[in-house]
Ligand binder design. Structure first.
Ligand code: NAP
Length: 308
């Protein structure tokens, strides 16, 4: 757990940040936020790039979120990252957001431009880079089964899949209505002449063994965007009997060690990866937005993977 500053430190004018060496000009907002790994790899990147700026964690409770975003320019900040639960609030707080952030309904990167706040979401593009790095394939060429399509991360990934027009997208969610609504919203991105066999290019299904078995027979990549797997005691997300060696598994959860899903996938001989690479690439993309230059990716990766 790292050092955490308060929203009031920022809203009060940010003096504490000016006095630091290097002065803090970047942050991550969250609640909770002490667990965030972002300062570790962003500070390593800033040092490596010779940029005299520090990156800090700021604990922002929901009732102070709007004031904290609006306080960024006066406190001399260049921007902030945003984590749970403020990504939707960040979209509401910014003056302008890019197309993907608007469609995904969330902002994870804010850039300050004068008095204005610009919003971006690097989670989806970060996932695209992570999938390419982990499996040497492009998301757009894959038939994707997305577990947890009803959450914030699930929505962001589904929108990214739609923008890439991936081969197929199956939205799986405990609360089926959320997946159905999202499938209806994204359907137009999948209305092409592309032939992928006797199945629809976008579908919504519940967490049901029979439905999952049918869909996994027409899939290449399974992404877990539920919060299940963060604790060692979590139950299996899908029955291990459904896991076959031809599938790839990407678990957005990046708690230390392998999640149950990835343990089962490894045992079945499937290729798998956890969410550290998505975390890395979404961070690298934030760096590129703030500084308009490539991020020192190897330095960031080294900082992230050397953590206990
Ligand atoms: P969220 O908004 O709370 O959504 C949670 C999702 O999980 C919902 O779809 C929910 O289904 C589902 N769910 C929860 N408990 C379940 C259960 N017992 N069985 C089946 N489904 C269940 O959370 P979020 O912000 O999207 O975050 C989800 C995950 O993404 C987290 O693990 C987070 O660490 C990860 N993430 C990783 C990165 C990265 O860079 N690697 C970035 C962003 C997020 P209902 O709709 O039915 O409630």
């Amino acid at each position: 757990m790292g050092e955490v500053y308060s929203a009031d430190d920022l809203i009060g004018g940010g003096e504490v940040f000016f006095d630091m060496d290097p002065p803090a000009r970047l942050s991550v907002f969250g609640d909770p936020v002490a667990h965030s790994k972002s300062p570790i790899f962003h500070n390593a990147a800033l040092r490596a790039a010779g940029i005299n700026v520090g990156y800090v964690r700021i604990h922002v409770p929901a009732e102070k979120a709007q004031a904290a975003f609006r306080a960024l320019p006066k406190a001399g900040f260049l921007g902030t990252n945003v984590t749970i639960p403020h990504k939707a609030a960040a979209l509401a707080a910014v003056d302008e957001a890019d197309d993907y952030a608007r469609r995904s309904g969330s902002v994870n990167t804010v850039a300050v431009e004068g008095e204005r706040l610009l919003g971006f979401n690097t989670d989806g593009p970060g996932l695209v880079r992570a999938i390419h790095e982990e499996f040497s394939v492009d998301l757009r060429d894959l038939r994707v089964v997305l577990l947890g399509a009803g959450g914030g991360a699930g929505r962001a990934i589904a929108v990214q899949c739609a923008m890439e027009s991936c081969e197929r997208l199956v939205l799986v969610n405990r609360t089926l209505e959320k997946a159905q609504a999202l499938a209806a919203e994204l359907a137009s991105s999948f209305q092409t002449d592309r032939l992928v066999g006797p199945v629809d290019r976008i579908q919504a299904i519940p967490f049901d063994e029979t439905a999952l078995r049918q869909q996994l027979a027409h899939a290449d990549l399974v992404i877990n965007a539920t919060s299940v797997g963060m604790r060692r005691t979590d139950p299996p997300l899908i029955p291990s009997a459904l896991i076959t060696p031809n599938l790839m598994f990407y678990d957005t959860v990046y708690a230390s060690g392998k999640s149950r899903l990835l343990e089962d996938a490894t045992a079945a001989g499937a290729r798998c990866a956890n969410g550290l690479s998505m975390l890395l690439h979404q961070g690298a993309l934030s760096f590129e937005i703030w500084f308009n230059r490539p991020a020192p990716l190897d330095v960031m990766r080294q900082a992230l993977t050397s953590l206990p």
